[in-house]
Design a protein around this ligand. Structure first.
Ligand SMILES: Cc1cc2nc3c(=O)[nH]c(=O)nc-3n(C[C@H](O)[C@H](O)[C@H](O)COP(=O)(O)OP(=O)(O)OC[C@H]3O[C@@H](n4cnc5c(N)ncnc54)[C@H](O)[C@@H]3O)c2cc1C
Ligand code: FES
Ligand code: FES
Length: 498
């Protein structure tokens, strides 16, 4: 047992022996550390004013490299920094006061306007230059990498153009910086911080526990049945910052390497529950480009860097983006507890609103996703009020197997249409055995009306949801014809039929 959280703040080693389990990095920086360059805007992960960069060794043992990830400090707990380097805007300037290239370009392009949102923009741009698009393998994405990197930073005066110009110059002529020079030394220091001990730190309001192995994790979960499991904290932190809840104890999964494993066979892709949404999207995009596009529209870069695939499933949200797509693909969920292990079809996990098939002491360990066969069509459509950084009003995902023109098997799942992500069994039956053409649409719309009784809420009315659910089927049929675009989103931005 290690009774301390250890990380680097800039290049300075920090050891925290006492802290509340849900103290946010933002409150710690601006409070006891008096590092007030990092700003508080929304305190819920939406505006990016608090963006900091978390640096971790990633890659196979012995071949690790440092990866720089922008995250929102307002929804990151201090304990989640264990084993990392935390960089804030204060750390970018050189020892002699020279601005970092990204800061200099922001000045030259007049990108610092109100000044309040500027540190967040600078940190997102810094992360972009450290992990440029070519290295992310996101070539099939229809988004501009700069828009993508900045979608989680709000400029309330809408002066994005100079900021984007600074980003364009930073990417066009990358400049080595002090962090590159210190890469190997920092990597070695961070690797030395990693151990197999369980971290246990307490503060006046509770305990923060962070096991490093699966056996230690399942033991802790069994011993603390009232503990709150935290993965990326992009949901849980809001219970604290907005709901003012006290959580004790917290069990953080982020140190368990085995939960971040990605494994591939000729038939399946397996993703550990702790794989970040950013990484999951990159892997799933290889199964179908729509999956890459779908994950890229999950929140913004900061949310995808912190949030995990397991958290997106385990939260049971009816409007979580991963579940409908994975259900349509036929994914199976891997659940583990002390001495127990089971695998279930993902759709069976969602029992009712707020009720998942998670037994006491169990956690979600990962998901196994079948690959698509040659006669299979897959499509996933997210419908939200804004393109980026918005939660779905509804989401439809479709996997159809065809023999010639006839549908032999259909798996259809929607989010936002019921209290859980759910299969549209009647709509599936209405498609099966028939040629996939527009004549089917009325029957499928009627079947959808039997499958679902959607709610009206701030995101959409019940009538809108039902109408759009049918429209998505129409679109699926249209896009499955001879002029099918490679991805549905590419079709919006660059009409494939033009
Ligand atoms: C700004 C913002 C934008 C967002 N946009 C989207 C969006 O576009 N689409 C979307 O779907 N969601 C969105 N979300 C919600 C959130 O990002 C996702 O649900 C995310 O996947 C949660 O993952 P996490 O690792 O952060 O989970 P956490 O917050 O750590 O945990 C979420 C829940 O799952 C439980 N849990 C986590 N991991 C496990 C596990 N392995 N086993 C058992 N229980 C577990 C926790 O106890 C908690 O109940 C957004 C959130 C924010 C703040
Ligand atoms: S303060 Fe708005 S994202 Fe953190
Ligand atoms: S520059 Fe800060 S709000 Fe626009």
């Amino acid at each position: 047992m290690r009774h301390a959280i250890r990380f680097l703040l800039g290049h300075e080693a920090r050891t925290i022996e006492s802290c509340d389990p849900t103290l946010t990095v933002l409150d710690w920086l601006r409070g006891p550390e008096r590092l007030i360059g990092t700003k508080e805007g929304c305190n819920e992960g939406d505006c990016g004013a608090c963006t900091v960069v978390v640096v971790r060794p990633e890659g196979p043992p012995g071949a690790e490299r440092l990866r720089y990830r922008a995250v929102d400090a307002c929804i990151t707990f201090l304990g989640q920094l264990d084993g990392c380097q935390l960089l804030t805007v204060e750390h970018l300037r050189g020892a002699d006061g020279t601005l970092h290239p990204v800061q200099r370009l922001m000045v030259e392009e007049h990108g610092s306007q109100c000044g309040f949102c500027t540190p967040g923009f600078v940190m997102s741009l810094f992360a972009l230059t450290k992990d440029p698009p070519a290295a992310t393998g996101d070539a099939r994405s229809s988004a501009s990498p700069i828009d993508d990197a900045l979608a989680g930073n709000l400029c309330r005066c809408t002066g994005y153009a100079p900021i984007v110009r600074a980003a364009e110059r930073a990417l066009a002529a990358p400049e080595a910086d002090a962090f590159d020079a210190a890469h190997d030394a920092t990597l070695a220091r961070l690797l030395r911080l990693h151990d197999a001990e369980t971290v246990a730190v307490a503060g006046p309001r509770g305990r923060f526990l962070a096991p490093a192995t699966i056996p230690a994790l399942v033991d802790l979960v069994a011993e603390h049945p009232r503990a709150t499991i935290v993965a990326g904290a992009t949901d849980v932190a809001l219970w604290v910052t907005k709901g003012l809840r006290v959580l004790d104890p917290v069990i953080w999964l982020g140190r368990v390497r085995a939960l971040r494993v990605v494994d591939e066979t000729p038939d399946h892709l397996s993703l550990g529950a702790g794989v970040s949404l950013a990484e999951a999207g990159t892997h799933l995009a290889r199964l179908h480009p729509d999956l890459g596009e779908l994950f890229r529209r999950h929140g913004a870069a900061q949310t995808r860097n912190a949030g995990t695939l397991g958290g997106n499933i385990a939260n049971g949200s009816p409007i979580g983006d991963a579940a409908p797509a994975l259900i349509a693909l036929g994914a199976r969920l891997h659940l583990i507890g002390r001495g127990t292990e089971r695998e279930i079809p993902l759709e069976d996990f969602f029992i009712a609103h707020g009720r998942q098939d998670l037994r006491p002491g169990e956690i979600v360990a990962g998901v196994r996703v079948p690959k698509l066969g040659p006669e299979t069509i897959f499509r996933a459509y997210k419908v939200s009020k804004r393109f980026d950084e918005d939660i779905s009003a509804l989401l439809g995902a479709f996997r159809l197997t065809r023999d010639g023109g006839t549908v032999t098997q259909a798996r259809i799942a929607y989010g936002g249409m019921a209290g859980t992500p759910k299969r549209a069994l009647r709509a599936e039956a209405a498609l099966a055995g028939l040629p996939l053409d527009a004549a089917l649409v009325p029957a499928v719309r009627a079947a959808l009306a039997q499958d679902f009784t959607p709610l009206s809420d701030m995101r959409a009315s019940a009538g809108y949801r039902l109408k759009v659910a049918g429209n998505l089927i129409e679109r699926l049929i249209h896009e499955s014809g001879p002029h099918a675009p490679e991805t549905c989103l590419a079709a919006i931005r660059e009409p494939a039929h033009a």
